[in-house]
Design a protein around this ligand. Structure first.
Ligand code: 5AD
Ligand code: SF4
Length: 445
């Protein structure tokens, strides 16, 4: 069949969709060139906020109306369970986030409607890749046991489980032998790698550098793979910012000096209610630790505005924390109560307009801060991996530096290939983008 996968949500979902594509192609199906051409469409859904879920369900509804075979996959399916067929009575099949590997079998059986919410097919889906690009996502940890008060992820993605390090290293080796230069390790809380279940076994060779914590030890093992130029990972919790992690950042040049460290709030009272297990001071100490060894270390974050009972004073605490932390970028979300979470039992009492106002204030602050932080880099030379023509202006080229900052430049008729390294002198700064000029490869690089 000619199929397409339509993705909503986070990078984890992007990765899951890639695995579904790979498994479908391996089963003999063909990726359609357009939605019109597709006979089967799989919508990979998100449910982190109500709006995200509605978008995915709405999309599936439209596809059903267009008489396609339609499957809904991912987080929203797990949240709704059997009710998914009440929302979409003509849906063909629905699979939860740990059952995506079942999709080719479900399609082969063709017995609809069908619902799969278990874990069959999980390991197949973890290791399947489409390939072709120079960047790849690699899931190292699934699920989450943190149970933050507002968050539905533990309910839909299940318990935390770390894949064996041996498996991860073999997968990255194979990706690199197929042309991958940059991997991004994925998990809800990657720094908890190997904490709930062992990731390293007795038969694994000991860490050459004496690393004892499982995640820094994984970074060490991956940094020894020839040809792998960059290692990124997301998402993280400040408790994982240990001395060993900082040592790995400092020791392995492949490990990009960027961390996405969701803070959620700057108010100790709200942080405690959210069950985040750190205070404002502890969070800021983690950021300071990363910037102490490299002042240009990029830190990005997620923030929720309008959590139940969030006062103007709480909000101002968030504002000031964001300034103190000097975030390079931030993503602001308006609180959305999720059924079954602890905070859903509290009144959602910050009015929509006030959530919107707080959102706008933080966005405006970030524009000013992003501009200032980027201006500090004017005059420096940044190494980027080339991503291709810029989305906004195709005569310009675009790439990312180690801090995940986008740099655009005019290749003056000599555009480098995707995945190549380029060195750019920064000549201009905007809140979200750096502007560069190509320079010669510096000596020793
Ligand atoms: N409402 C709003 N935002 C949320 N997030 C998680 N749960 C909710 C919710 N119920 C945000 C957090 C998280 C990001 C992926 O989504 O900021 O880091
Ligand atoms: Fe990703 Fe969370 Fe959305 Fe699932 S619910 S797709 S884990 S953001």
């Amino acid at each position: 069949m000619k199929f397409l996968v339509h993705t909503y949500g986070c990078q984890m979902n992007v990765r899951d969709s890639e695995a579904v594509e790979a498994l479908m192609v391996a089963a003999g199906h063909e990726k359609a060139a357009s939605e019109e051409e597709a006979e089967l469409v799989i919508v990979n859904s998100c449910t982190v906020r109500q709006k995200a879920e509605e978008k995915a369900v709405g999309k599936a509804g439209n596809l059903i109306a267009a008489k396609k075979v339609v499957g809904l996959a991912g987080c929203a399916v797990k949240r709704m369970g059997e009710d998914v067929f009440k929302r979409l009575p003509k849906l063909d099949f629905a699979v939860g986030p740990r059952a995506l590997g079942m999709i080719p079998k479900i399609v082969a059986d063709g017995r609809y409607p069908r619902l799969e919410l278990g874990e069959d097919g999980m390991s197949e889906a973890l290791s399947a890749h489409v390939g072709g690009g120079f960047q790849a996502f690699v899931t190292i940890l699934v699920g989450c046991d943190n149970r933050c008060s507002y968050c539905i992820v533990p309910d839909v993605r299940g318990h935390e489980y770390s894949r064996p390090a041996r498996e991860v290293v073999a997968e990255v080796r194979s990706l690199v032998s197929n042309g991958v230069k940059e991997v991004c390790l994925l998990g809800q809380s990657v720094l908890r790698y190997g904490m709930r279940n062992a990731a390293w076994g007795d038969c694994d060779a000991p860490s050459p550098g004496g690393y004892v914590e499982p995640f820094p030890r994984l970074l060490e093992a991956l940094a020894s793979i020839p040809g792998l130029e960059r290692i990124r990972f997301t998402s993280a919790h400040p408790k994982g910012c240990t001395d060993e992690l900082v040592r790995a950042y400092a020791e392995f040049p492949q490990v990009c000096r960027h961390l996405h460290l969701p803070v959620q709030s700057g108010s100790d009272r709200v942080l405690a209610e959210m069950g985040r297990r750190y205070t404002r001071a502890e969070y800021l100490a983690a950021v300071a630790k990363l910037r102490a060894f490299d002042p240009e270390f990029a830190v990005t974050t997620d923030v929720i505005v309008g959590y139940p009972g969030e006062t103007e004073e709480d909000f101002e605490q968030t504002r000031s924390l964001m300034e103190e932390a000097g975030f390079d970028n931030s993503f602001v979300f308006k609180y959305s109560p999720r059924p079954g979470t602890r905070s859903a039992a509290k009144p959602d009492d910050v009015p929509t307009e006030e959530k919107e106002r707080r959102d706008q204030v933080l966005l405006a602050d970030q524009e000013v801060r992003g501009q200032k932080r980027n201006e500090r880099l004017v005059g420096t030379v940044r190494e980027v991996l080339v991503e291709g023509p810029s989305k906004r202006n195709a005569s310009r080229w675009s790439g990312r530096d180690g801090g995940n900052r986008i740099v655009v430049w005019d290749p003056a008729g000599k555009p480098p290939a995707q995945g190549e390294r380029a060195w750019l002198k920064i000549v201009g700064a905007r809140p979200q983008i750096l502007v560069g000029e190509a320079v010669e490869r510096p000596a020793g690089k």
